[in-house]
Design a protein. Structure first.
Length: 312
């Protein structure tokens, strides 16, 4: 059954995404490519609004909207949210100082975040030569035992697992069924678990996975997490991993440090090119430790920097 409360909470968090077609000058017509799904007191919710809403849902909620009943629940959530928004505007909430202050704060944070993201991404490139150098100097780190690559579909209910297995035997797409049904984070990637060696998975899961032939799908495998259906998608023997195989892995490992270096450099440059003072006496007053003296002091460099923006 669709978790209505979860959808309402998700909808409230994404209220800006509703985008009902009604502005200050009255109702705006939907684009020719859009169809109206609902009319809400003069506003409209279109097929495009609905698609955008689905895109903004967290991965774990998306499977709930695959059924007709789920889609209807989703649309009703959007309708209720639009009604709340309209009533809030009638009550003047949208023009309140509290909302204005919050919007200004959000705007500042978004601008800072966008600026940092742009600067860090522009300057955080790691060349292939640097990646190759790291590989050559750390070859021992890239040896492994026998490895396999597998995907799985994980569900709590054995009956559902049986139904999914039946669909797979009838020619259903493993990746699509994983996206719709798997309850773990790998579901969003079609169930892909990547490469792993023996000893890194639960014994029951590992035994079943390593016994499969490449391209083969298992039966139902029970573990403490639920019921799995496993598909083996690759095998490779023990030995030294080639540079091409681990290039992305090296980049992912080096990128956070590189981003932190770029952020630190940017921060130092801004401090050198700007004029500012910190009122330490006022700061001390806030915790009751100040003596009330009025003096300005040039700031010392912070001991630590905030984390660099997340990579894409």
């Amino acid at each position: 059954m669709l978790n209505s409360l979860a959808l309402v909470l998700a909808g409230a968090a994404l209220i800006a995404g509703c985008n009902a077609k009604k502005g200050e000058e009255g109702q705006k017509p939907a684009k020719s490519s859009e169809e109206v799904l609902a009319e809400v007191s003069g506003a409209t919710i279109t097929t495009e609004d609905f698609k955008k809403e689905l895109e903004n849902l967290p991965p774990y909620l998306k499977p709930m909207t695959e059924t007709a009943e789920g889609k209807k629940e989703m649309l009703e959530t959007m309708v209720i949210r639009e009604l709340i928004l309209q009533q809030a505007k009638k009550d003047g909430i949208d023009k309140s100082q509290l909302v204005a202050d919050k919007l200004e704060d959000i705007k500042k944070r978004l601008v800072v975040e966008a600026y940092l993201k742009k600067k860090v991404e522009e300057q955080s490139n790691i060349s292939d030569a640097d990646l190759q150098k790291f590989y050559d100097e750390n070859k021992d780190k890239f040896k492994s035992g026998d490895q396999i690559k597998a995907s799985h579909i994980l569900v709590k209910d054995e009956k559902l697992a049986q139904e999914i297995l039946g669909k797979l035997k009838a020619g259903g797409s493993f990746e699509e069924l994983a996206k719709k049904n798997s309850m773990d984070s790998a579901g969003a990637k079609g169930g892909d678990l990547g490469w792993f060696s023996k000893g890194s998975m639960l014994p029951e899961f590992e035994k079943a996975a390593f016994s499969l032939k490449e391209g083969e799908t298992s039966g139902i495998v029970k573990t403490k997490f639920g019921f799995h259906i496993i598909k083996l998608t690759g095998k490779r023997a023990a030995g030294q991993r080639a540079f091409a195989e681990v290039k992305d892995q090296i980049k992912a490992a080096l990128l956070p440090t590189k981003q932190q270096e770029v952020f630190q450099k940017l921060k130092d440059e801004l401090k050198k090119s700007s004029k500012y003072t910190i009122k330490e006496d006022v700061l001390k007053k806030m915790d009751g430790s100040g003596d009330g003296a009025d003096k300005d002091k040039q700031p010392e460099a912070p001991k630590s920097a905030p984390p660099a923006p997340e990579k894409k």
